[in-house]
Design a protein around this ligand. Structure first.
Ligand code: ARG
Length: 578
């Protein structure tokens, strides 16, 4: 749909996620104090749990001992009731919280907020448009698009959890010279029955065939270019064919999104911008931002970036010219504070050129545009390419993961029914793929490794899902009765450490948003789960008594809630039983 129309619909029905006021959380109140004292936000991000030998509850790396002393004094002067002691040590400010207050407040706030625990209103009132997935029609969604889909959805959820209104945009690659190739191949070797029966596979095979044959016969590329030219000229027959391919592709993509639990606010496509692109190019020419090159091609040279084309010699528009037109529409239709493009790192230059041009045109005067890049995906040590036909389709990957999850779950001898087992395998299998992507730092080349992905010992979705199910099972045995006693009680260091960890959760979510880094949530959850499992193995929960038992149960419940909320931000499900 045209984005203007889509935004109107969105504005009518979108309900922003209800988030908690930041000042409900002790740790965020402290972060606010820190921000005021520092007069900036930058070092607030350096707030951390210090290593054991330091003994403090929270440490902030300031970088400069003199400044650290000054900051420690100024925090002390504020006499915050939840703080016991603030001391500068070298370039660090070390902070001791009042343990009882931290435990009572944290456990209480989790019980009150439940699925809202972790959300905050730091970015309340802000709007962002996130473009992600953006596969190319007539091709299977590749494992490369999988990263965009997974990272984009998680960022959308994380942004919403900090108060953002988020518009989810899918920019289909549905225009360009490749459709000349595809249509040529279809008209020459294709068979409509086969296409209807298995659209994506058949179209992909035709595309691969084109590349094989064009290596023998150099004239094929010219023929394909000519067809695309006619398509841009709105040739009726070609347009109808193209539209058929597009519709079949969207239907196939949607079945994948459904499986992943993702719903877009709009499917836009490059094709919508072929006319607007013309207008934008004319504007660039008029304002002398670009110029005519050889044979009426239009060329731009901005900010010392390599020169790029906005229009080819034969008059056809390009990827970049359609993108600049789409960018402008996004800005005027939605009026976001930021535009995020979740796209692989191989397109870095493209986005630098796009943003430089957009700035020059004044489109980004009140909007921040950002390329959220990510590394390649390797499978079995090889990178993938659709053109050569060597890529694994996303569905194959998901299916394989579900089968592997099934095998592991069966070994565990669970008491679940067949139906429950199938649902669980789907949740674990898909969750494993999603989680394994997100836990690796976004910018790096990542690999999918089945053993790591489904490792029960840690570093995987299934480890967190197990931990969650284990916590839930304890709570069931206690009749699901959880309350935070008036007078909390604790005996072991690990209990306090767990609460401190919990108190960090809303802060970690904020940091994940600020740095566009879902893996921070993964790291956090893995540490939390590891500590909880140590606690669970060493310390009696159900057998404890009185206030100690209630406190431990409240802690167990808070951990279950936090794992669930954290995994939801990553778009990974949790099972009640496993
Ligand atoms: N369809 C493109 C591809 O698969 C990705 C689109 C990225 N988004 C953009 N606005 N250029 O390579």
């Amino acid at each position: 749909m045209e984005i203007t129309e889509a935004v109107q619909g969105f504005n009518k029905k979108y309900e922003p996620r209800t988030v908690a006021p930041s000042n409900q959380y002790v740790l965020l109140r402290f972060a606010e104090v820190l921000r005021e004292v520092l007069g900036s936000t930058s070092e607030v991000g350096n707030m951390n749990e210090p290593p054991m030998h330091v003994g403090a509850d929270v440490a902030i790396s300031i970088g400069n001992p003199k400044l650290a002393r000054n900051i420690a004094e100024r925090i002390t002067e504020r006499h915050e009731t939840y703080l016991d002691k603030v001391v500068a040590e070298g370039p660090f400010v070390n902070v001791w919280f009042n343990k009882e207050k931290l435990i009572t407040e944290t456990l209480t706030v989790v019980q009150e907020l439940r699925d809202m625990f972790g959300t905050s209103d730091v970015c309340g009132g802000m709007k962002t448009l996130i473009e992600y997935s953006s596969p190319n029609i007539a091709k299977p969604m590749s494992v490369g698009h999988l990263r965009s889909t997974i990272i984009g959805e998680s960022l959308a959820r994380i942004y919403e959890a900090t108060g953002y209104t988020v518009f989810r945009e899918n920019y289909l690659g549905d225009w360009g010279t490749q459709f000349g190739k595809l249509i040529y191949a279809y008209q020459t070797w294709g068979d409509i029955k086969e296409v209807k029966h298995k659209p994506i596979q058949t179209l992909k095979d035709l595309y691969v065939q084109f590349h094989e044959e064009s290596e023998q016969d150099g004239t094929l590329n010219d023929k394909a270019r000519d067809i695309f030219k006619r398509l841009e000229g709105e040739d009726g027959t070609l347009l109808r064919l193209w539209k058929q391919f597009r519709d079949m592709s969207v239907t196939a993509f949607e079945s994948v999104y459904k499986r992943l639990g993702i719903v877009f606010d709009n499917y836009d496509g490059e094709s919508y911008y072929r006319d607007v692109a013309e207008e934008t190019i004319n504007e660039c020419l008029k304002r002398e931002i670009c110029m005519y090159g050889e044979g009426n091609a239009v060329v731009a040279e901005i900010d010392n970036l390599p020169t790029f084309l906005l229009k080819k010699q034969d008059g056809a528009t390009l990827y970049l010219s359609r993108d600049i037109a789409a960018l402008r529409k996004r800005v005027t239709a939605f009026e976001p504070h930021s535009l995020l493009y979740v796209v692989g790192s191989e397109q870095t230059l493209h986005f630098r050129q796009l943003f430089a041009l957009a700035k020059r045109l004044g489109y980004l005067d009140s909007v921040r545009a950002e390329h959220i890049l990510f590394g390649l995906v390797m499978l079995g040590g090889k990178r993938m390419s659709t053109r050569k036909g060597s890529s694994v389709s996303l569905e194959e990957l998901l299916d394989k993961s579900v089968v592997k999850a099934q095998e592991i779950l069966l070994k565990k001898n669970s008491e679940l029914s067949k139906r429950e087992q199938n649902l669980l395998a789907e949740m674990v299998g898909i969750g494993s793929v999603v989680y394994s992507d997100l836990r690796q730092s976004r910018e790096r080349t990542i690999s999918f490794d089945w053993d790591k992905m489904l490792n029960l010992e840690g570093g995987s979705a299934v480890y967190l899902q197990y931990t969650y199910a284990r916590a839930r099972s304890v709570l069931r045995k206690a009749g699901n009765k959880v309350h935070v006693p008036e007078q909390v009680r604790w005996e072991e260091n690990i209990e306090f450490q767990l609460v401190r960890k919990l108190s960090f959760f809303p802060f970690v979510v904020q940091e994940a948003q600020r740095r566009n880094a879902p893996h921070l949530i993964c790291t956090y959850l893995e540490e939390l789960a590891r500590q909880f499992n140590a606690f669970y193995n060493d310390i009696p929960i159900l057998k404890a008594e009185g206030g100690l038992r209630s406190t431990r149960l409240a802690l167990t419940s808070a951990i279950a809630i936090t794992i669930q909320n954290g995994l939801t931000l990553l778009n990974v499900g949790v099972p009640e039983k496993m």
